[in-house]
Design a protein around this ligand. Structure first.
Ligand code: JB3
Length: 212
């Protein structure tokens, strides 16, 4: 089993750790975070902040890493960490829950996590370093860009595309063929009925852009 380090010690890491254990394919050596967090009851699982990563790699204690951070701002958080982990030469496996339904000819990028109860249908392409969160539906021929987060209970209808570093909030619904651009934040429960090209925050049904 590949010895891995989990990045993050909060709520999202707790769920990702449970899914990793269910896959039975990885050994979680521990986690790094800004401070010890609730992800693991065993205090010794906390390996320090990211400054500890280089030694963990050099000693051979870990050969892979999984991003266990959910909501962080688009600029710094998960994407910056993803690049840092790659630079350290760590493998970044994609983690797919055994309870997810991932159909044939679906592509899932490295470092992406697919959580419990997700359905991904044929022809869908999920980019690297993304989160497809609990019970989301990603219909046929959808694309989800690099470093994006599809929150719990979202429905992406057929042929939808979501750009890089965008977040589709919990329970939102995106209608067939709609194109959402990069660095968009879609509010929870929104209904997206037409293309949204400009980065920004969109809320409501139909979703409209929030004034800055
Ligand atoms: O809504 C759902 C289902 N999940 C939410 C998820 C998507 O986002 C969850 O309820 C939370 O709102 C959030 O989860 P997350 O990212 O785990 O948030 P929080 O519980 O605040 O924990 C953040 C963790 O990231 C803490 O352990 C921080 O120490 C850690 N962290 C922040 N920046 C970092 C860094 N850890 C490392 N290793 N490096 C960092 O740069």
């Amino acid at each position: 089993m590949m010895p891995i380090v989990l990045i993050g010690g909060g709520g999202h890491a707790k769920v990702v750790a449970a899914i990793i254990e269910k896959t039975g394919r990885y050994q979680i050596v521990g986690y790094t975070a800004l401070a010890a967090g609730p992800a693991f009851r065993d205090a010794s699982a906390y390996l320090g902040d990211d400054g500890a990563l280089a030694d963990l790699v050099a000693s051979g204690r870990v050969t892979g890493a999984v991003l266990g951070i959910g909501i962080v701002n688009l600029d710094t958080g998960r994407v910056a960490l993803h690049r840092k982990l790659l630079a350290l030469g760590l493998a970044l496996p994609s983690i797919v829950s055994p309870t997810a339904v991932v159909n044939r000819d679906v592509a899932i990028g490295d470092g992406t996590v697919v959580m419990d109860g997700v359905v991904i249908n044929p022809g869908a392409k999920i980019g690297e370093c993304s989160i497809i969160n609990t019970h989301a539906v990603v219909e046929h021929d959808c694309t989800v860009g690099y470093g994006s987060h599809i929150a719990p209970g979202v429905v992406l209808c057929g042929g939808v595309s979501v750009g890089a570093q965008s977040i589709v909030g919990a329970g939102a619904c995106v209608l067939p063929g709609v194109q959402i651009g990069e660095r968009c934040l879609i509010g929870a429960g929104a209904t997206v009925t037409h293309d949204l090209a400009e980065p920004g925050c969109y809320v409501g049904s139909p979703a409209v852009r929030m004034a800055k």
